[in-house]
Design a protein around this ligand. Structure first.
Ligand SMILES: Nc1ncnc2c1ncn2[C@@H]1O[C@H](COP(=O)(O)OP(=O)(O)OP(=O)(O)O)[C@@H](O)[C@H]1O
Ligand SMILES: Nc1ccn([C@H]2C[C@H](O)[C@@H](COP(=O)(O)O)O2)c(=O)n1
Ligand SMILES: [Mg+2]
Length: 208
């Protein structure tokens, strides 16, 4: 029998900071509303929101040695190697001190998923999946106006393809384990949040 890895947030020396943190993976296509709904959840339920995309964009801005590689991959809609993204997520969890995290936009492919589990031993409590048609996501991304280099129609189409080819299989993996909570994300923000609240609400003892 293999050794069972302890689920924990550890410091850089391997000492345990937080045992068995609550982790919810927040997944869905580009523009499905992950960031918008996570902001609502932080306000109502005391989670810390970590967006893998935001962490990668901050890494570009910081002038890190990986910056150019990350920038080129994001421009092409490609997925950055797991070791880079996982280090950023681990550092953010270490520095934060909370024990409840919404990890938004991660895992994006099978490599992300397996590597995170192997490195941290952490399995998500569940996966929140925002399901939204491409036409609606495209409309939202083209009017987002946040100056993101990947919010142009050429990159958006590539991101949609990567979502279908690489990210949906991860959602299916967790679905087979009964861990996916699927939300119809094509409705107005408030209606979507009502459905989200029903999942995180008082009945969910593990979360509260
Ligand atoms: N339910 C909604 N109805 C209409 N517009 C929405 C809805 N949810 C989010 N938006 C808007 O759509 C855009 C994309 O939303 P958001 O940034 O939350 O998506 P995302 O899933 O995090 O996207 P990405 O994967 O590109 O980071 C934003 O401009 C946001 O204000
Ligand atoms: N696990 C991840 C998450 C994000 N990226 C890169 C590639 C995405 O297109 C881009 C933007 O992410 P978003 O803000 O839309 O969640 O960031 C990645 O490589 N790996
Ligand atoms: Mg986002």
């Amino acid at each position: 029998m293999g050794t069972v890895l302890e689920a924990a947030i550890k410091d850089t020396n391997g000492s345990i900071l937080t045992k068995n943190p609550t982790v919810v993976f927040v997944l869905g296509g580009p523009g499905s509303g992950k960031g918008t709904q996570c902001a609502n959840l932080v306000e109502h339920f005391g989670f810390t929101h970590l967006s893998a995309g935001d962490l990668l964009r901050a890494e570009i801005k910081s002038g890190s040695e990986n910056g150019t590689m990350i920038q080129n991959m994001i421009k092409e809609g490609k997925i950055v190697p797991s070791e880079v993204t996982i280090k950023l997520l681990q550092r953010a969890m270490q520095e934060n001190g909370n024990d409840k995290f919404l990890i938004d936009g991660f895992p994006r492919n099978e490599e992300n998923r397996a590597a995170f589990e192997e490195v941290t031993g952490i399995e998500p409590t569940f996966v929140l999946y925002f399901d939204c048609p491409e036409e609606e996501m495209e409309r939202r991304l083209l009017s987002r106006n946040q100056g993101r280099e990947d919010d142009n129609i050429e990159t958006i189409r590539k991101r949609f393809k990567v979502f279908l080819d690489s990210s949906l299989p991860v959602i299916n993996y967790y679905d087979a384990k009964g861990k996916v909570r699927k939300i119809d994300a094509a409705r107005p923000v408030e209606e979507v949040f009502d459905s989200v609240k029903a999942i995180f609400g008082p009945k969910n003892e593990k979360i509260l």
